[in-house]
Ligand binder design. Structure first.
Ligand SMILES: [Zn+2]
Ligand SMILES: [Zn+2]
Length: 404
């Protein structure tokens, strides 16, 4: 292991913080706050870091419950982002283990701050609200420049094994509303233009489109409003749609084709349509060299249930950050293998000794990884090069798929 003595020192410091970190995680668990309402969690974490000499900015990145806590050692060196979530799942509580993330990241940041004094670096602990809802807070923060200047972004998430992720799905969501002409369905149907029929044609067009897209493309929708009265030709009909694929540039092409289906449906029914509430999450650009570094440190930390990476996952707003700069998230186990998130089982284990252990192990892994990035310029460069190559490869694949 690289730099054994310093890594041992990091783990020792984190172990000594365990009671306080666990107390914070338990407090957040007992006070679940959903997206954009994480007042207590955000304050608890920001206060803790401010109390330990971090320079804290509350309401960071345009979101009242986001924060940034910065520690600068000297000038220059890598700028490392340590991101954490703290929102609960609606109607469930902390069923996604986000209560562990802030204390874990804060412990890692504090240990690095206290241990590494001879090398220049900057640590930015960034609290990111609202992962669980449609758009995700990190997308908003990204638009507001919250992650600009970071060389790398790291996260931790509770799970059923010690592992990283490779791919995740880019997503574009929207609402589409067709607008027709109301008329009595029985007495004057010739005067009406059915918005619902337009919407049904759009769904049919999308069903046919599914046969002509790359594997791993997903298009799913629900009808939010299919009409106003059974004896009236529907004047308005609205659906929520989500379109996903593993690469953003290709996904954009599919979204364009969906728009043309809407055009066609409107033309056939002599109606109009409007698209609103559009939101985007990008896909991760996998950086396997950073994943390997995290996993090497996971072994050094004695992490349990070490597993291969998850090849493909759904969509998450951290992916939008990983689309913009190199990043990775280490998943640390606190539930038995195979346990699904957003479940009662996650809640039952939320304040268990296993959860406290996951918090500490996650902090060990992240602190040691930050140390490696601070001390090994070549490793950081390798990570950045892999990210750049991954992103340009994705862009050229999209060009070739549109030409075919
Ligand atoms: Zn989660
Ligand atoms: Zn979740």
């Amino acid at each position: 292991m690289r730099n054994f003595a310093r890594k041992t020192e990091l783990m020792r410091r984190i172990a000594s913080l365990k009671p306080e970190l666990t107390f914070m995680a338990d407090f957040i668990f007992d006070h679940p706050e959903i997206g954009y309402q994480e007042v207590l969690a955000s304050k608890l974490l920001a206060d803790f870091l401010a109390g330990h000499g971090f320079e804290v900015e509350r309401g960071f990145g345009g979101l009242p419950t986001a924060f940034r806590a910065v520690h600068r050692n000297g000038s220059g060196g890598p700028r490392i982002g340590l991101l954490c979530e703290y929102d609960a799942v609606v109607n469930l509580g902390h069923g996604c283990a986000h209560h562990l993330q802030g204390p874990c990241i804060a412990g890692a940041a504090l240990a690095v701050k206290e241990t590494v004094r001879d090398r220049p670096f900057t640590l930015e602990v960034i609290g990111t609200p609202c992962e669980e809802m449609a758009e995700g807070g990190k997308n908003v923060m990204l638009r507001n420049g919250a992650f600009e200047g970071l060389d790398v972004a790291l996260m931790m998430h509770g799970g059923d094994g010690t592992q990283t992720d490779i791919k995740s799905m880019a997503l574009t969501g929207m609402e589409v509303t067709f607008k027709g002409l109301a008329a009595h369905s029985a007495i004057a149907p010739h005067k009406g233009r059915s918005a619902l029929e337009a919407l049904m044609l759009a769904f049919n067009g999308i069903a046919f489109l599914r046969g002509h897209v790359l594997d791993d493309t997903r298009i799913h929708g629900i009808i939010e409003n299919g009409g106003q009265a059974v004896n009236a030709i529907p004047e308005r009909a609205t659906a929520s749609m989500e379109i996903r694929s593993f690469e953003r540039p290709y996904l954009d092409q599919v979204v364009e084709r969906v728009m043309r289906i809407f055009d066609g449906a409107a033309l056939m029914t002599d109606t109009r349509y409007e698209v609103s509430k559009v939101y985007h999450t990008h896909n991760k650009i996998p950086v396997l060299s950073l994943n390997s570094l995290l996993m090497a440190n996971a072994e050094a930390a004695g992490a349990k249930a070490i597993m291969p990476p998850r090849e493909k996952t759904g969509s998450t707003d951290f992916a939008s950050v990983m689309y913009t700069l190199p990043g990775s998230c280490i998943r640390v186990p606190f539930v038995p293998k195979g346990t699904a998130s957003h479940s009662q089982a996650y809640l039952d284990r939320g304040k268990s000794p296993e959860a406290a252990e996951a918090l500490v192990t996650g902090a060990d892994i992240l602190a040691m990884t930050a140390l490696d990035l601070i001390e090994d310029e070549a490793k950081l460069k390798e990570i950045q090069d892999e990210f750049r190559q991954g992103k340009s490869g994705m862009e050229s694949r999209a060009q070739s798929s549109s030409a075919q």
